[in-house]
Design a protein around this ligand. Structure first.
Ligand SMILES: [Zn+2]
Length: 111
């Protein structure tokens, strides 16, 4: 989920800070997204929200995003907007966990 959508939802619910906006989505994620999309939706939201202090006001954050003061991550090689990808990692053939990666759709750069 994009941060801007979470912020607009928070504004509609009368919440005041970015931290509350993110928590609002986390608490209701189970009824907002299909189960298999949960990790990706939440990872995208948390990654975009990490550009902000959690105490930033919702209205300020919306204005900042609309002004493009907090752009989404872009590729250092070609400037394309990076896409988030979830990779399943199988460690020592026991623990399976998911890892989030940013990948450039144009040149394949990963971070
Ligand atoms: Zn690139």
């Amino acid at each position: 989920m994009r941060l801007i959508e979470a912020l607009k939802m928070a504004e509609a619910c009368g919440l005041s800070t970015v931290g509350e906006a993110v928590m609002n989505i986390e608490l209701h994620a189970g009824s907002l997204f299909p189960y298999q999309d949960l990790p990706l939706e939440l990872a995208q939201l948390e990654s975009e929200a990490s550009a902000f202090d959690e105490n930033v006001r919702v209205k300020e954050a919306i204005a900042g995003l609309l002004d493009d003061k907090y752009p989404v991550p872009t590729c250092p090689h070609c400037g394309t907007e990076l896409k988030m990808q979830i990779v399943t990692v199988n460690e020592l053939s026991k623990t399976v966990y998911k890892e989030v990666k940013f990948v450039c759709p144009r040149c394949g750069y990963e971070e």
